[in-house]
Design a binder for this molecule. Structure first.
Ligand SMILES: [Cu+2]
Length: 329
């Protein structure tokens, strides 16, 4: 039954993947370990097909041959056949031992990342993926260099998710309060689907994004540009992107509804009431301070739960967020 579901899932994925290298029921093989996984899958599949066919044929033959012709006749009294029993125990045992060994070896190869791998931090959250590069840049798409081992160090901010990149044959649970790793060596530049494979709530199906494999030398070029992405966009647009990237949206709405924190709609330039009874006009300085030292002034009616973004955002980012807030009048 699992096989049937897998087949349907694989066929569906084929429509999404964009690169050659596909087989009939598998997505393209885009990582160094994909061939081993597929080979083992095919081996198990064909062993199962072989025995299924053999057993069905024998069953039908026996039904015909040993059909009860005379209901009162007593059949021959056969209780044991030692050579036969040894054979049907030993052959399957040998087969499962071989399958276990190949699977275990493959699993160990996939589970232990090479020491020189390029490391990317992954956060799973309801309901999206965030990828943090060594220089601090965060993206919602996974960019990786080709022909270089990449390790994903993954954790979740809420419930259990699962990282699944079918084209790499890579899949591992992503858990809160704990780090899990997965690694791959992408061989084919291109774009492949990446999604959550652990039912994690209403937006589970929205936890789908892409992995973009850059060709030789292109990854570094992309990284240099990406690190300066704020400069390449209109400030309000960059602010909107930061709003989602830094997770401000978990606590601040832009629609007027209060959440864990106050809404940003109409915030800029308005008079804010503080817990201590004072009022402050929400100008650039107030917003800058709210982001870097959130505990300095607490808005009346809210708890002091906002984390500081000191060290996670630079001046150009703060300016972009302010521009975005100004656009929400
Ligand atoms: Cu999920």
């Amino acid at each position: 039954m699992n096989l049937v579901f897998d087949l349907i899932a694989q066929l569906a994925l084929m429509g999404v993947a964009q690169t050659a290298n596909k087989t009939f029921y598998m997505p393209p093989q885009a990582s160094a370990s994909a061939a081993h996984v597929d080979w083992l899958f095919d081996l198990i599949l064909w062993i199962s097909v072989f025995f299924f066919v053999l057993i069905v044929i024998l069953m039908v033959m026996f039904i015909v041959k040993y059909r009860v012709k005379d209901p009162n006749a007593e059949g021959p009294r056969i209780y044991h056949n030692t050579p036969l029993e040894i054979t049907w125990t030993a052959i399957p045992l040998a087969i499962v031992v071989v399958i276990f060994w190949l699977g275990f070896k493959g699993y160990m190869d996939l589970a232990v990342p090479p020491a020189n791998a390029y490391e990317i931090q992954v956060t799973g959250q309801k309901w999206k993926w965030l990828f943090t590069y060594p220089n601090g840049y965060v993206d919602e798409i996974l960019h990786v260099p080709s022909d270089r081992p990449v390790t994903l160090v993954m954790t979740s901010t809420d419930v259990i998710h699962a990282m699944y990149i079918p084209a790499f044959r890579a899949k591992t649970d992503v858990m809160p309060g704990r780090y899990t790793k997965i690694w791959f060596d992408a061989t084919e530049p291109g774009t492949y689907p990446l999604f959550c494979a652990e039912y994690c709530g209403t937006g589970h199906s929205a936890m789908i994004t892409e992995v973009l494999v850059h060709g030789p030398g292109e990854f570094e070029t992309w990284m240099d540009e990406a690190a300066n992405w704020i400069a390449t966009m209109a400030p309000e647009e960059a602010g909107l992107k930061l709003y989602s990237m830094l997770g401000c949206q978990q606590c601040h709405s832009t629609t007027g509804a209060a959440g864990i924190g106050p809404t940003w709609a109409g915030l800029f330039g308005s008079e804010r009431k503080m817990k201590d009874g004072s009022t402050i006009v929400a100008d650039e300085n107030y917003i800058r301070q709210s982001i870097l030292e959130p505990q300095a002034e607490i808005v009346a009616g809210f708890d002091p739960v906002m984390p500081t973004f000191q060290g996670r955002i630079k001046d150009d980012g703060i300016a972009a967020l302010i521009a975005y807030m100004k656009s929400l009048q």
